[in-house]
Ligand binder design. Structure first.
Ligand code: ADP
Length: 169
């Protein structure tokens, strides 16, 4: 648990306890970029209180996606998934915060948009599993691996946010 109430005040980077520095990879997929949903997706994670530590717009290539979706390469839908994910630019982001992997998955919702609960990103913004707006890492270990596929180490920005005592108590 984060430590109990402290007096708010200025902090230097690195002072956050490790559990507040958990990171996850989020991709705003090409359908969402085309539909001008990038800001909406970012806003949801910002409003929750997570901290953005890396972000870029890029055109993904097959090599990167083969690594990212290594577990899915034998699936019948994999060629269509590759075509979708390379169809236009996407936005890759790293978000940081307490339990960010689990919370982000909950905010994203079911893989199959038709089953995704209202209030989740997919449940609110997507109609079909093949155009489901976002990716979010499914475990802390997966997140570490995925972040290393999409970002160089020096692309992650170390910064201390001033709201920590108000976000975590
Ligand atoms: P998630 O993205 O929720 O972690 P998976 O890792 O199982 O889900 O699948 C990765 C992505 O592959 C999905 O987000 C979706 O874009 C695509 N996908 C999964 N299942 C299907 C399917 N049956 N048909 C088309 N695309 C699919």
């Amino acid at each position: 648990q984060p430590s109990p109430s402290r007096t708010p005040g200025p902090r230097c980077y690195g002072s956050a306890p490790p559990e507040l520095q958990e990171k996850t990879l989020v991709l705003v997929k090409p359908d969402a970029v085309q539909r001008r949903l990038v800001g909406t997706v970012i806003q949801r994670f910002e409003r929750r209180g997570f901290k953005l530590v890396a972000m870029k717009l890029l055109q993904a290539d097959r090599g990167l996606l083969d690594k990212h979706y290594q577990q899915l390469q034998q699936k019948p839908f994999y060629p269509a998934l590759l075509a979708y994910m390379t169809s236009g630019p996407l936005v890759a982001m790293v978000w940081e915060g307490y339990n960010v992997v689990r919370s982000t998955r909950a905010m994203v919702g079911d893989t199959d948009s038709a089953m995704a609960a209202a209030g989740t990103i997919r449940g609110d913004l997507s109609m079909h599993v093949s155009r489901n707006v976002v990716h979010a890492s499914d475990s802390v270990e997966t997140a570490q691996r995925e972040i290393s596929f999409w970002f160089q180490r020096d692309e992650l920005v170390a910064w201390e946010s001033g709201d920590r005592d108000y976000t975590y108590g």
